[in-house]
Write a protein that binds this ligand. Structure first.
Ligand code: NAD
Length: 243
């Protein structure tokens, strides 16, 4: 039997990149997956995939989050994948960048976890996976101030939820990728002007010699969804960036 047979999962930011690969991997592992995002055109490409139901969900909208979880009912696995990368050091970071980063990278997870936890506690089981990054409390990365601050907060949130509910069947873990080839990463490379030079520079900082793939991160998400003795951990998956 597949590891997630009979489970119901919800993935945020599932229209592309790591979220999409994870929604597909959860479904392949046997789960029924609610794949959610704000990008309905991209999300539509997942329609018809076995085990996947798509739904527009803006994780910045508390009312939408509350009603989506109320409508869906049971969710056994929540993968909070939504996040945004701001560039810039502390002197370049605007307060509005930090506010937005906190809202999307951290508070959105607070919203979804508050919405999903009561049902998980009633059933006495549930797995929550939060998307952090090695650019956080694990590693200082230049020009990623708002990002690093908020992804460090994701690790704190993960450990806090894990500690509060470890005795009640809830597990909460964080995934901390290095550099992963996703659509937004391609956008960041293009934004630097010389795409090939920017790509070569990103690859040169990867000890393993290449960037990660969304599917490699999705494998870890599937593992954590079913890892019944694991909670409160922040898993680096970074091709050796933080050795
Ligand atoms: P991506 O950045 O290419 O796509 C992000 C998705 O989030 C898009 O589909 C977008 O529509 C969706 N989204 C944006 N705002 C939303 C909102 N308010 N509500 C719902 N969905 C929203 O994907 P990615 O690069 O795979 O990143 C996914 C996660 O992984 C992010 O949290 C990111 O910080 C984290 N991460 C990525 C990398 C990397 O190198 N790609 C490394 C470490 C961590």
């Amino acid at each position: 039997m597949s590891t997630l047979q009979g489970k119901i999962a919800l993935v945020t930011a599932a229209a592309q990149g790591i979220g999409k690969a994870s929604a597909l991997a959860f479904a392949r592992a046997g789960a029924v997956v609610h794949a959610t995002d704000i990008n309905e055109a991209q999300l539509a490409k997942l329609r018809g995939q076995e085990g996947i139901v798509t739904r527009r969900l803006d994780v910045l909208d508390e009312g939408a989050v509350t009603s989506a979880f109320a409508e869906i009912g049971r969710v056994d696995v929540l993968f909070n994948c939504a996040g945004f990368v701001h560039g810039g050091s502390i002197l370049e970071m605007k307060d509005s960048d930090l506010d937005f980063a906190f809202d999307l990278n951290v508070r959105a997870m607070v919203r979804t976890i508050r919405a999903v936890l009561p049902g998980m506690l009633e059933r006495g089981e549930g797995a929550i996976i939060n998307m952090a990054s090695v650019a956080s409390s694990i590693k200082g990365v230049p020009n990623r101030c708002a990002y690093g601050v908020t992804k460090a907060a994701v690790i704190g949130l993960t450990k806090s939820v894990a500690a509060d509910y470890v005795g009640r069947g809830i597990r909460c873990n964080a995934i901390c990728p290095g550099t992963v080839e996703s659509p937004s990463l391609q956008d960041r490379l293009r934004a630097q002007g010389d795409y090939d030079a920017a790509r070569a520079a990103f690859i040169s900082r990867q000890p393993i010699g290449r960037m990660g793939t969304p599917e490699e991160i999705a494998d870890l998400a599937v593992h954590l969804a079913g890892a019944t003795y694991t909670t409160g951990q922040a898993y680096s998956i970074d091709g050796g960036w933080t050795i």
